[in-house]
Ligand binder design. Structure first.
Ligand code: ZN
Length: 624
């Protein structure tokens, strides 16, 4: 079953107002710590502020009852007796979107529920104060905070070579070892490209890391014709564990299924995947110890003294440091304060990590200027840029620093809603509520014209627990990425056509000359319609091709029929009979593709067909 959007929010809010024995058991460690702090506070001040009203308490027992009955007003949490570095899940109601814009420079990945007019952040006491200064009534979601803390408590102990209690995620060292293992296992499909040093390595060759791209393509099919490139990075924000896990998951799917799964095979034959898994390794090794490090560790440009917390940390926010439209929103979309989470750096592209990425993109993407002047990138632009983050549950596209639509907006909306069908995140333009400047997706689109997206993963926490990651986030987003990969030939066009599902042959192995039946379901309905409405069209045609993608010169399209006799619906079962008398013995790829009444053809999907010269089954059957 697909998850309802923002189910997490409504669920946690309702739980936070009910105290059963079960939830008390979960909350009790948090409560004990919280109550101790509150006791100190009350002893000194004899007052505590609950839901904005000042009340006196005779005992902690009264507080305990209130703890169960209500979400506590944050003025208690923000009191100095409570650990300033402690992370809370805080929610605030806003009347005016201006308040959201006001706090945007302090946070990223705010979860905004437009219908309820709430904003939810994972932050510390300082972050909560910023929200209150913007006039917001802030409440702590104690149930969600407790669940997060139970998960995170074990981070302080354990094996230094992995992330304790988060066995599904890899450290920087483990990620590099995985990349090397891919190359060792698949030397003709995978290679590692060193794209330059991290900030720490640039300062001292004994420190830090090299940034490494895992490139996946079938080197045997390299030719003069350029293959579409899919650049996909993760870990730009160090504390976001899950995006790196999804990136590794895509590499596994492509490589482990090559020659086994027809789609994985043609995708690796016809495209290049450039996977920058750990884009901010210096920050990541801090985050691997359970700290909320988001930025890199540049303590010269981003010097920040004092206790390091989520809202007060050294370094530069790499996703505000990209050169295209750097610092364009007068401080609304990034911060000039060094300790802030969104500190943009002293100059555009000041950080080595940013420079490495910008330089590398220029080696793989052709430039199509000037998108910023309002001229659309050509709709047959091949390739795609993706930056994956967590945890706001969004599929985002440019622009991020202005609510004005880009000249390719219609194509972005269609493609974004197609991907969001799979992960059920909200599809929207990046600056639909508040701006960000100097971000990676605007830079890629604005500089090259390449289709550029940011996907924000599941909203349960920056350190998403492994059960949620493996059961929901990973499979849902791999499905979105497999879909995106099938559009790489023309991502501005193909998503506007219908998808090809259940692509099959009636027998996976045939003797030359035996006819077989090809079948598929051509479907135009798969859009996420949660944020606006995408028009769905009737299917008008379907074709099959053998060993050539439908847009290749060698393709000989075979018309497929509507099984019910007429192409008149947005979802059609289709079939065709394939004469195999002209096929050579061996393994063939059969592609199928549909078109709709808007005139758009969708991304193809494939299946294998094994053709043999004579039927040797008798030998297997008779002499095994
Ligand atoms: Zn991020």
């Amino acid at each position: 079953m697909r998850r309802k959007h923002h189910k997490t929010d409504s669920k946690t809010v309702s739980e936070s107002t009910v105290c059963t024995a079960q939830t008390y058991a979960v909350l009790s460690p948090v409560f004990t710590e919280f109550a101790n702090s509150m006791a100190l506070y009350i002893l000194r001040h004899r007052r505590a502020s609950i839901r904005g009203k000042s009340m006196s308490f005779r005992s902690i027992g009264v507080l305990a009852a209130l703890f169960c009955a209500h979400s506590l007003n944050v003025s208690a949490a923000a009191d100095t007796h409570i650990d300033e570095s402690r992370i809370w899940i805080a929610q605030a109601h806003y009347q005016d979107v201006q308040a959201v814009r006001e706090i945007a420079p302090y946070f990223t990945h705010m979860r905004v529920d437009r219908a309820q007019q709430t904003v939810t952040v994972e932050t510390d006491a300082l972050g909560i104060r910023h929200m209150r200064e913007a006039g917001m009534q802030v409440e702590i979601n104690l149930a969600a905070t407790a669940r997060m803390n139970v998960r995170d408590r074990a981070l302080t102990t354990g094996n230094p070579d992995s992330i304790p209690n988060y066995a599904c995620y890899q450290t920087v060292a483990e990620t590099q070892a995985s990349q090397d293992a891919f190359v060792a296992s698949y030397p003709t499909l995978a290679s590692v490209i060193d794209i330059g040093p991290s900030w720490a390595r640039s300062q001292n060759s004994a420190n830090g890391f090299r940034l490494r791209v895992l490139k996946i393509t079938n080197q045997a099919t390299d030719s003069a014709t350029a293959k579409p490139k899919f650049f996909y990075m993760s870990g730009l924000h160090a504390r976001e564990y899950a995006p790196v896990g999804v990136n590794l998951g895509l590499a596994h799917w492509l490589l482990d299924n090559y020659g086994i799964d027809a789609d994985a095979t043609w995708l690796v034959d016809h495209n290049e995947f450039h996977l920058l898994m750990q884009a901010n390794p210096d920050g990541r090794i801090i985050a691997e110890t359970g700290k909320y490090q988001r930025k890199n560790t540049d303590n010269i440009s981003g010097i920040c003294t004092g206790t390091q917390t989520s809202s007060h940390q050294l370094g530069v926010d790499l996703n505000r440091n990209f050169p295209f439209h750097w610092n364009t929103t007068a401080g609304q979309g990034s911060s000039g304060t060094k300790c802030n989470e969104t500190f943009r750096g002293p100059t555009a592209s000041s950080e080595p990590e940013t420079q490495n990425i910008v330089t590398y993109l220029a080696t793989i993407f052709p430039v199509h200027p000037p998108v910023v002047a309002g001229q659309a990138a050509p709709d047959d632009y091949a390739g795609m840029f993706l930056d994956m983050h967590s945890n706001a549950e969004l599929v985002l596209w440019p622009w991020g620093d202005t609510p004005t639509h880009s000249p390719n907006d219609a194509a972005y909306v269609a493609f974004g809603r197609r991907m969001a069908y799979f992960n059920n995140y909200s599809p929207e333009q990046s600056d639909s509520l508040y701006p960000t400047d100097g971000a990676s997706d605007d830079n890629a689109y604005g500089t090259f014209g390449v289709p550029a997206f940011t996907i924000e993963l599941d909203g349960t926490g920056f350190f998403e627990d492994c059960t949620s990651f493996q059961n929901t986030t990973l499979p849902a987003n791999l499905a979105a990425l497999r879909y995106a990969a099938r559009t790489l030939h023309a991502p501005y066009k193909l998503p506007q056509g219908p998808d090809a599902l259940n692509v099959k042959v009636s027998a996976s192995r045939v003797v030359i000359g035996s006819p077989i039946t090809l079948s598929a379901s051509i479907d135009d309905t798969r859009y996420n319609q949660s944020n606006g409405t995408q028009t769905i069209y009737a299917i008008t045609a379907a074709t099959a091709t053998v060993d050539a993608l439908p847009w290749e010169a060698a393709a000989l399209p075979i018309a497929m029929n509507a099984v019910d006799g007429a192409f008149d619906s947005s979802s059609e079962a289709v079939n065709a009979v394939l004469d195999t008398s002209l096929l050579t013995p061996g393994k063939h790829l059969i592609y199928m593709q549909g078109s709709n009444s808007s005139g758009a053809s969708g991304p193809p999907a494939a299946t294998f067909l094994q053709v043999v010269a004579f039927d040797d089954n008798i030998f297997y059957d008779g002499f095994q």
